[in-house]
Design a protein around this ligand. Structure first.
Ligand code: IMP
Length: 188
C-alpha cells in the first residue's frame, strides 16, 4: 500500500480518483490547492505544468489530472477549454451548438501527470462516445450529456449505478499510471 498527494479543488474528481486508486492499493492525500493553468492546446502540457506547480507547494510526490471533452463536428471544441466553456455556456450551450448537427460523436480525454521533483511523467486515457440529445440531470460537469460507447446511458446515469469507472477516461489514465507507478516505486 502506498500513498500519494493528489492536487485538485474539484471534489467530484477527487472522489473518483480516490475510489479508483484505492482499488489498486494507492491512497491519496488530497491537497485542495489552486494551481496555475498555462494556456496550451494540449491537456498533457497543462497537466505536466500543473504537477510541477503542485510540487512547489507540497514538496512531495504528487499527481494531478486534467480533462477535456472533444466534440468531433466542432473540431475538438471545447477540448482544453472545457472548464471555461462549462462555466460560461454550460451543457445547455453545448446542446444548442449541436442542435442542427447530426454527428454527435465526441471523446473525453484525461491526462494524469506525476512529479516528484525529478521524474516528470504523464499518462493518458480516452473514451469515445456521443453527446446526448437532451440534458439528463444526473452527475457533475459534462456527465449529464456524455454517453460513452458501449452503453446508452450518460456518465451521470452510470455514476448513479456505480459503474462510471468501467467507461471513464479518468479510470483508463489512472490504470496506466498505476502500472507504471508500481514498478517505479519498487525500483526506487
Ligand atoms: P478539468 O481538467 O478538471 O478542468 O476538467 C475540464 C472540464 O471537464 C471541467 O469543467 C470538468 O468539470 C469537466 N470534467 C472533467 N472530467 C469530467 C467527468 O468525468 N465528467 C464530467 N465532466 C468532467
Amino acid at each position: 500500500m502506498t500513498s500519494l498527494h493528489f492536487a485538485s479543488t474539484n471534489r467530484n474528481k477527487s472522489m473518483e480518483v480516490n475510489s479508483i486508486l484505492s482499488q489498486y492499493g494507492v491512497f491519496i492525500k488530497l491537497s485542495n490547492i489552486n494551481l496555475t493553468e498555462i494556456q496550451s492546446d494540449s491537456i498533457k502540457d497543462i497537466a505536466l505544468e500543473k504537477s510541477k506547480s503542485a510540487f512547489q507547494s507540497i514538496a512531495e510526490p504528487v499527481i494531478v489530472e486534467d480533462d477535456g471533452l472533444f466534440i468531433d463536428e466542432l473540431n475538438g471544441f471545447p477540448g482544453q477549454y472545457s472548464s471555461y466553456v462549462l462555466k460560461t455556456i454550460g451543457t445547455e450551450g453545448i446542446l444548442e451548438l449541436l442542435s442542427k448537427i447530426k454527428n454527435r460523436s465526441a471523446s473525453f480525454k484525461s491526462c494524469v501527470a506525476y512529479y516528484d521533483g525529478k521524474t516528470s511523467k504523464s499518462f493518458e486515457g480516452e473514451i469515445k462516445g456521443n453527446i446526448s440529445k437532451g440534458c439528463i440531470l444526473n452527475g457533475w460537469g459534462y456527465d449529464p450529456i456524455f454517453i460513452p460507447n458501449g452503453t446508452s446511458l450518460t456518465f451521470g446515469q452510470l455514476q448513479i449505478q456505480n459503474v462510471k469507472e468501467k467507461f471513464s477516461h479518468r479510470a483508463k489514465a489512472l490504470k496506466v499510471f498505476v502500472n507504471w507507478y508500481d514498478r517505479f516505486v519498487k525500483h526506487s
